[in-house]
Design a binder for this molecule. Structure first.
Ligand SMILES: Nc1ncnc2c1ncn2[C@@H]1O[C@H](COP(=O)(O)OP(=O)(O)OP(=O)(O)O)[C@@H](O)[C@H]1O
Ligand SMILES: [Mg+2]
Length: 264
């Protein structure tokens, strides 16, 4: 049953956030809120700040000024235990999927809970998983359509199947939100659309917040009710796809003179 958003703090709340790598400003004065259960696509040109935004959302990066609240907690100055808890509530599917190729599919999925369990729990899960754990993983694989791969070696799966393992691993974590950083860049358009649909359906079923960075604008427009466009580290647009005018999209992706010179 999806959770209602009314009484809960937003999943992510950014107030005038600036984030730098050395002297380079990757995000400047970003303010936005993502409510529980919302589904948002982050779009914009390369270097716009999409990955940086997602890394602030899972507290693997800290803002240099402004505030980032995750599930109502300010992500700054958290104790290691609180930080682990927050990170365990936010599942991330990185662009390279982050799977260990030599492990079996079920082992990769079990690793989704590493941050949530103590050492003993993790060892038990990895070395001698209970019937209950295996049956949970089997159900998740069923949900993503590859239940026959439970004991397969991960390296022997196709790119699309590995993406589904990464989704199942994220779900095994029992998160409040899923962050996916360009999860479909390495598969054909039909498989890309089917994975984006799957993640949207799962987010709807479980009331999860979904934040996905996408280079493919068509996928973003067709599957998400809200698009945030980042360019030069700033929020260039934040609208539902029907409201976005072609001019602002064109401006979001326009090459600057220095970029044209670099490319040529
Ligand atoms: N680890 C890093 N060290 C230094 N600069 C970085 C680092 N990561 C990103 N940057 C810079 O920060 C800016 C934002 O990068 P970010 O990776 O967030 O962009 P992006 O929108 O995800 O790009 P892409 O679409 O290519 O993945 C870019 O100018 C990038 O060069
Ligand atoms: Mg990126």
């Amino acid at each position: 049953m999806p959770k209602t958003s009314h009484s809960l703090a937003p999943t992510f709340h950014f107030r005038k956030v600036e984030c730098r790598y050395g002297k380079l400003k990757a995000l400047t004065s970003v303010s936005l809120s993502v409510e529980r259960g919302e589904k948002v696509a982050i779009v914009g040109p390369s270097g716009g700040g999409k990955t940086t935004l997602l890394r602030l959302c899972n507290a693997t990066l800290q803002a240099h000024s402004g505030t980032v609240e995750i599930l109502g907690k300010c992500s700054e100055n958290l104790h290691p235990r609180q930080l682990r808890l927050i990170r365990s509530q936010i599942a991330t599917i990185p662009q390279d999927l982050g799977l260990v190729p030599n492990l079996r599919v079920w082992q990769n999925i079990v690793s989704g809970k590493i941050g949530k369990l103590n050492l003993l729990g993790n060892l038990r899960n990895l070395l001698a998983p209970s019937k209950n754990t295996i049956s949970k993983i089997h159900s998740l694989l069923e949900r993503v359509g590859i239940e026959d791969k439970l004991f397969a070696r991960t390296a022997e799966l196709s790119g699309g199947q590995q993406q589904r393992v990464a989704v199942a691993r994220a779900l095994f974590q029992e998160p409040e939100a899923i962050l996916a950083d360009e999860p479909v860049s390495s598969v054909d358009p039909a498989r890309a659309a089917s994975l984006v649909e799957l993640l949207n359906d799962i987010a709807n079923e479980r009331g999860l917040t979904l934040l996905m960075s996408l280079h493919n604008l068509e996928l973003a427009r067709n599957h998400f009710p809200r698009l945030i466009g980042l360019r030069g580290g700033q929020v260039h647009l934040d609208q539902c796809p029907q409201q976005i005018d072609p001019g602002s999209l064109e401006a979001l992706y326009r090459l600057d003179a220095d970029e044209i010179l670099e490319d040529g």
